[in-house]
Write a protein that binds this ligand. Structure first.
Ligand code: GTP
Ligand code: MG
Length: 374
């Protein structure tokens, strides 16, 4: 027969039964979840429901930007001050990205990693002559290509690592393409110069194909010949990064609610969802309500890559954050918002939008089909 229960219709539409019951109540019908609806009522209800959702459409953009300046005394958005550069290390697998970063940090992350392959994008900040640089270490493995593509978007400068004994390889080209697509300047680090078969000229020759020509060959691409193993020339690499950063005149306003990007995220047994975030604007503080993708919460703890607990994190600062309701997606944005309720509203709105999209692709036919089948 031509009937469907409120509960079944809600399921089909991808909304809560409660919301349908409320809508019916608004129309003067007191019903329960098992109440049967005829086709007409179900169809009208479905269209009305969507119609209403569209009309009171939650203005996410407004909520996320509304009143964003909170501590700037003038209440304006003119408080931008210089910020550290965010540098992403890219390059072919095994060309020495992590080793280079290790040598720079004077620590040894590689030895602790499973199989010596970087599993996800790590974020670190180093201080060179009193000036900070934030580094993102992207995985070199083929499977992480999409993550690497995201990595390029929060990046100010790319350091393209090419092994002097191996030359330009498939993922070197990918890295160049991602960087160029994102409009990010590239500094080339020719690594493994300590190796007897190191051939930096071949690397330079191969890169001319991508319009990357060294200054001493009449071009304007910066090349630095380094060795992560002997640490040779790492100081000039850092110098070049800081020089390039100066040219870019990077600025951000710390006097705002924080927004930024999720660099990596995982579910930790003890601590729950743990996200490494990069603050792009504003200042993130303990207790701030935040939303990222479909997840929300309050910042419970903030830790830097050296394990120090932080109370706040300003522009370009990478920190590990706990307190989210779920594990966010690497590459997604995050926003600090006015209250936990707003954070929840944004997340819920996004969840509903996804359900609606799923519904939009299946609903019209499936409702018909559903009745055809009954
Ligand atoms: P993925 O993260 O897997 O893409 O690799 P990666 O680019 O981070 O390379 P990684 O730093 O793990 O180094 C790969 C191998 O090259 C390791 O065995 C390093 O010890 C070695 N290596 C890295 N840099 C140098 C260098 O300057 N000289 C020499 N001789 N070996 C190096
Ligand atoms: Mg690595």
């Amino acid at each position: 027969s031509d009937v469907i229960t409120v509960g079944e219709l809600a399921k089909r539409m991808g909304v809560k039964s409660k919301d349908l019951i409320t809508e019916l109540m608004r129309q003067g019908q007191m019903v329960t979840i098992n109440h049967p609806l005829d086709y007409e009522t179900a169809a009208i209800l479905a269209s009305e429901f969507n119609y209403e959702v569209e009309n009171v459409a939650f203005d996410e953009e407004h909520v996320l930007t509304d009143d964003a300046v909170i501590t700037d005394e003038s209440g304006s958005d003119e408080g931008a001050i210089p910020r550290p550069p965010v540098v992403t290390i890219m390059g072919h697998v095994d060309h020495g990205k992590t080793s280079l970063l290790d040598a720079i940090r004077a620590t040894n992350v590689t030895s602790g990693e499973a199989g010596g392959i970087t599993q996800h994008i790590g974020a670190y900040d180093v201080t060179v002559n009193g000036r900070k640089i934030t580094f993102l270490d992207t995985p070199g493995h083929e499977a992480f290509t999409s993550m690497r593509a995201r990595g390029a978007k929060v990046t100010d400068i790319v350091v393209l690592v090419v092994a002097a004994d191996d030359g330009v390889m498939p993922q070197t080209k990918e890295a160049i393409n991602h960087s160029k697509a994102a409009g990010v300047p590239i500094i080339v680090a020719i690594n493994k110069m300590d190796k007897p078969d190191a051939n930096p000229d071949r690397v330079k020759q191969e890169l001319t194909e991508f319009e990357m020509v060294p200054e001493d060959w009449g071009g304007d691409t910066i090349f630095v010949e380094v060795s992560a193993k002997t640490t040779a020339n790492l100081d000039s690499l850092l110098e070049m990064i800081l020089l390039q950063a100066e040219v870019l005149e990077l600025k951000a306003n710390p006097h705002k609610r924080a927004k930024g990007a999720i660099v990596e995220a995982r579910l930790d047994r003890g601590r729950g969802p743990v996200a490494t975030v990069l603050v792009e604007e504003g200042t993130l503080r303990i207790g701030d309500p935040i939303v990222s993708g479909l997840h929300y919460g309050r910042v419970r703890t903030m830790t830097n890559d050296r394990g120090d607990r932080l109370e706040e994190a300003g522009p370009s600062c990478p920190v590990e954050v706990t307190g989210l309701s779920g594990t966010p997606v690497a590459g997604d944005t995050f926003h600090a918002v006015e209250s936990e309720k707003v954070a929840k509203d944004v997340a819920t709105h996004r969840q509903r939008k996804i359900r609606e999209q799923e519904l939009a692709t299946t609903s019209k036919i499936s409702l018909e089909q559903l009745y055809a089948r009954l």
